[in-house]
Design a protein around this ligand. Structure first.
Ligand SMILES: *[C@@H]1O[C@H](CO)[C@@H](O)[C@H](O)[C@H]1NC(C)=O
Ligand SMILES: *[C@@H]1O[C@H](CO)[C@@H](O)[C@H](O)[C@H]1NC(C)=O
Ligand SMILES: *[C@@H]1O[C@H](CO)[C@@H](O)[C@H](O)[C@H]1NC(C)=O
Ligand SMILES: *[C@@H]1O[C@H](CO)[C@@H](O)[C@H](O)[C@H]1NC(C)=O
Length: 421
């Protein structure tokens, strides 16, 4: 980037941060700043020289790279409206089973295509004749809708965690895809929390195992006994306190796409993907290298798009309890909701569908110890595949320069095999 542009950037960022600071000092409810809505300003982004893929949405990206898409809205049994994008394959005879893709925490369907035509798994699968459905769970910018509740004003909209993603969202998505494509089974590919949602669905609604031909779990997350992220372990100890404070100040949607943190990160990562955005991934996942600076810049236009406080609180509970279990609502509600004082564990022995786990040595969120605990309990494990590259981490599975070589070829190999079964 030219020096002139760089300087105007820095001035802009200082001004934005400065005004935020000023307002927060004089404003009577400083926490409300975190949820002030900042409208998207594309003209400004263009004039600042943003890479356009950073702010393009799913449909715009796919169309730019020559793929036709469709958009569907699915209603869950508890009234949430979820958006699913379909990337249409150009093949005359598609493969026998459609593929459902589910993204990770604070992420969206964009994750599967934002790295561009050579690295976007969504495109690669469509090019290999698969019918691809990239879903969005409740709460991100594409699925921030409900038949009755208003996400901006109704506290109750955000009263969900991964339990609801697994119990309501994913089943509604799978049923929609089966019906729309007129098939009996789907493939499932999840990343990070998308895998958690899958393990929850197939253990508390085990009948859904019959609808899954094979699931492929990238950087899987279930047990969090051995978590080596100091920040997360520290925060987990304060789970109850933090949740109570957030409830008291009615802050339930965190880090939304149009809230203050996202636009600041998006902007900073245009200027300094290395080392700034690398550092963020390093802190949270152990990231070392292997994703191009361009992809990092683009990715931070799509990451950090909202999470409910209850979801973070649920992860905090999993870290503390060292168990993979349902949300702890407190003794009284637990008794009503689960019939026991403590929340029941998710029984992963009920996951009878075929599961392929793909993990790595340098992923702090999906550590090998934790994945081993899961795999030892899965009754129908196809393989626990460990990427041999020592620096491979959580997001390399999606956006790594070597993802086709280390991960995608393996996926395509397994899909071709299961196409015949
Ligand atoms: C994506 O962007 C296009 C063009 O701005 C817009 O028409 C479309 O509604 C957007 N789609 C979604 C799902 O936001
Ligand atoms: C949130 O959901 C739980 C049950 O899942 C319910 O007991 C509780 O009352 C709900 N809280 C709000 C504020 O809606
Ligand atoms: C199933 O798909 C058909 C058309 O393919 C549609 O008319 C119908 O409403 C769908 N049913 C559900 C429950 O989504
Ligand atoms: C978990 O599921 C398995 C398989 O259905 C069953 O045999 C076992 O009793 C269950 N465990 C618990 C604690 O419910």
């Amino acid at each position: 980037m030219q020096d002139g542009k760089m300087i105007s950037y820095i001035i802009l960022i200082v001004c934005v941060q400065g005004s935020v600071l000023t307002i927060s000092v004089i404003y009577p409810h400083p926490h409300k700043l975190l949820s002030i809505s900042i409208p998207e300003n594309r003209a400004l982004k263009r004039s600042l020289g943003f890479i356009e893929d950073t702010y393009y949405n799913f449909t715009e990206l796919a169309n730019k790279y020559g793929h036709e898409t469709e958009e569907y809205e699915v209603t869950t049994d508890d009234g949430y409206l979820l958006t699913i994008f379909r990337i249409k394959t150009k093949c005359v005879t598609p493969r026998p089973y459609p593929i459902v893709l589910l993204h990770g925490i604070m992420d969206s369907a964009d994750a599967w295509i934002l790295a561009g035509p050579e690295l976007g798994l969504g495109y690669i699968l469509a090019n290999n004749c698969y019918d691809v459905w990239a879903a969005n769970h409740r709460g991100n910018q594409y699925s921030r809708k409900h038949i009755k509740l208003n996400p901006n004003t109704d506290f109750e909209f955000w009263n969900y965690s991964i339990d609801e993603h697994g119990y309501y969202d994913l089943p509604a998505i799978v049923d929609h895809v089966l019906n729309a494509s007129n098939k009996e089974k789907v493939y499932f590919i999840g990343h990070s929390q998308g895998t958690t949602d899958f393990f929850i669905m197939t253990s508390i609604r085990p009948e859904y195992n019959n609808k899954i031909h094979l699931s492929i779990q990238l950087a899987p997350v279930a047990y969090l006994k051995h978590l080596k992220i100091p920040l997360a372990n520290f925060a987990a100890k304060q789970t109850e306190l933090i949740k109570n404070i957030l409830d008291d100040i009615s802050l339930q949607e965190l880090l939304g796409k149009y809230e203050i943190i996202h636009p600041v990160l998006e902007q900073l990562c245009q200027v300094a993907p290395v080392p700034l955005c690398e550092f963020i991934l390093q802190l949270t996942t152990g990231y070392k290298d292997g994703i191009s600076p361009r992809t990092l810049s683009v990715a931070f236009g799509h990451l950090v798009v909202g999470v409910s406080a209850k979801t973070l609180s649920h992860f905090g509970q999993l870290i503390q309890s060292k168990k993979f279990q349902r949300y702890d609502e407190g003794r009284e509600i637990n008794l009503q909701k689960y019939g026991s004082e403590n929340p029941p564990e998710y029984n992963v022995s009920k996951i009878t569908s075929a599961v392929l786990l793909m993990c790595s040595k340098n992923d702090l969120l999906s550590s090998l110890e934790n994945v081993n605990e899961l795999s030892s309990r899965l009754p129908n494990l196809v393989e626990e595949y460990v990427v041999q590259d020592k620096s491979w981490s959580h997001h390399n599975f999606l956006w790594g320069i070597k993802a086709p070589e280390y991960v995608f070829n393996k996926i395509l190999g397994y899909l071709k095999k299961y196409d015949q079964i």
